[in-house]
Design a protein around this ligand. Structure first.
Ligand SMILES: NC(=O)c1ccc[n+]([C@@H]2O[C@H](COP(=O)([O-])OP(=O)(O)OC[C@H]3O[C@@H](n4cnc5c(N)ncnc54)[C@H](OP(=O)(O)O)[C@@H]3O)[C@@H](O)[C@H]2O)c1
Length: 320
């Protein structure tokens, strides 16, 4: 199939493109920045990458007119919570205006598209106080500019499916880890520090924030299979949670990564890293996704930790 992936140079987009290429699909990627990073998950020109900013509607119309994809997967976003506090305007522009521009461009230039997948996030849900898996109907209560903008774009996607018969499915991703994740996410932050400390590039101290919060971690390579599963078998207008369904304290991720290092490292918990309003517990109820698509995660958590750490050992010194 001919698939267009926005945010193709990002963490999720690059793994998704890698999966689609490996399954023999034609992949067109939209990226804002040039050049495409060397660590991208596909060989040579297996993905045709077009440079465009998703907030520029006219540029997107040209992209859709010239490519006419059957499937569109919208993964481009300003996806960092800390950055969303520094740049709320840019976050809303990309996440909301960009999503609206994308849908306008599809309607104008590619109305025959078979499926559009909007990549949403668990960060839009109201945090539970105990480990109660969140169903798709759980209340929304976003607690950062990032989460608020993603919630708005999630609802915008629903509205476009209902009002304009656009074949949009939404998938709400819970936490992820895996190779190529940028810093600003817990596993990447800790693995980066461990790799740097092992290489003598920083003191043997690993600085972390709140260790008690509970999250649901899935390897990105499993997550992109879930995204592709809803692209093929999800119902337009519907929303699906994707995660492992297992709640783990952040501490488990941190200590798990530390266990895979022989270096003598000290953990430092920094109060200033604790963010007001951060959800205490986000765990997925994924029964709808599993029932609809048959998807289940395959990569063991321990394997993901090893792969994340080895990835950072490889790219240490090239922090993005
Ligand atoms: N990572 C997670 O744990 C997680 C969890 C839940 C949901 N999600 C969602 O998954 C999606 C992908 O996240 P990610 O972690 O892959 O993010 P990422 O690594 O930061 O990648 C974001 C991608 O979007 C592109 N982009 C940003 N602004 C753009 C713009 N204005 N025009 C065109 N492209 C733009 C970036 O290109 P440049 O680098 O050139 O700007 C990059 O390719 C997002 O929708 C995010 O909300 C992620």
């Amino acid at each position: 199939m001919r698939c267009l992936v926005t945010g193709v140079t990002g963490f999720v987009g690059s793994h998704l493109a890698e999966l689609l290429v490996s399954e023999g699909h034609e992949v067109i990627g939209v990226a804002r920045s040039a050049p495409v990073p060397a660590e991208r998950g596909w060989e040579g020109d297996a993905v045709r990458v077009i440079q465009a900013d998703i907030t520029e509607r006219a540029a997107l119309v040209d992209v859709f007119r010239s490519t006419r994809p059957q499937i569109v997967i919208h993964a481009a976003a300003q996806a960092s919570v800390p950055r969303s506090f520094e740049d709320p305007d840019g976050t809303w522009r990309t996440n909301v205006d960009g999503t609206r521009a994308l849908y306008d461009a599809v309607r104008a230039a590619c109305p025959q598209v078979e499926r559009i997948v909007y990549i949403s996030t668990a960060g839009i849900y109201r945090s539970s106080t105990q480990v109660i898996p969140l169903h798709e109907d759980a209340p929304l209560a976003p607690a950062s500019p990032y989460a608020a903008s993603k919630a708005a774009a999630d609802l915008l996607s629903h509205q476009h499916a209902v009002n304009y018969d656009m074949p949009i499915v939404r998938i709400r991703l819970f936490n992820q880890l895996g190779p190529r994740q940028r810093t600003g996410f817990v596993a990447a932050d800790v693995a980066c520090q461990i790799a740097r400390a092992e290489a003598g590039l920083q003191p043997p101290e690993i600085r972390v924030g709140d260790l008690s919060a509970v999250r649901d971690f899935t390897d990105v390579r499993d997550m992109v299979r879930a995204i592709w599963a809803v692209a093929r078998r999800g119902e337009p207008g519907m929303v699906y949670n994707a995660g492992s369904g297992v709640g783990r304290k952040i501490e488990e991720v941190v200590r798990g990564l530390l266990r895979h290092s022989n270096a003598d490292l000290r953990l430092v918990v920094e109060q200033e890293k604790l963010r007001k309003g951060d959800p205490t517990c986000l765990v997925a109820d994924t029964s709808l996704l599993r029932r609809t698509t048959g998807w289940a995660p395959q990569i063991p958590f321990e394997q993901s930790l090893v792969d994340v750490l080895n990835d950072w050992r490889r790219r240490v010194g090239q922090v993005r």
